[in-house]
Write a protein that binds this ligand. Structure first.
Ligand SMILES: [Zn+2]
Length: 104
């Protein structure tokens, strides 16, 4: 397979399957996300979450996360990325006239 098509999945370590099993056992197959009231999410395993760095496959960077929280997290991350790109674009093409929403 050509290197150019390599993506995140292919960069997972060879023993990823074993790591997943270990993390699921450690976290008792329960989502590790803390809810707003400080309690632990009651949902069960949906995916393995990379807490900080997607390329860090050490146990301390991994945890069990439920599907809804996983979707929320990945959604937020891409939304944040889009917002950052938008800000960059705006900075690049900043206009001097007032935003139409502010006129009148
Ligand atoms: Zn959850």
């Amino acid at each position: 397979m050509p290197w150019s098509t390599s993506d995140r999945r292919q960069r997972l370590p060879r023993n990823w399957r074993h790591i997943v099993a270990r993390i699921r056992r450690r976290d008792k197959d329960r989502c590790q996300v803390r809810l707003a009231d400080g309690s632990q999410c009651p949902n069960s395993y949906g995916a393995i979450d990379h807490i900080r760095n997607d390329d860090d496959h050490r146990d301390e960077n991994l945890r069990v996360i439920c599907d809804p929280h996983h979707a929320e997290k990945t959604g937020k991350e891409s939304a944040a990325g889009r917002a950052a790109n938008r800000r960059k674009q705006q900075a690049k093409f900043r206009r001097t006239e007032q935003h139409p929403g502010l006129v009148g």
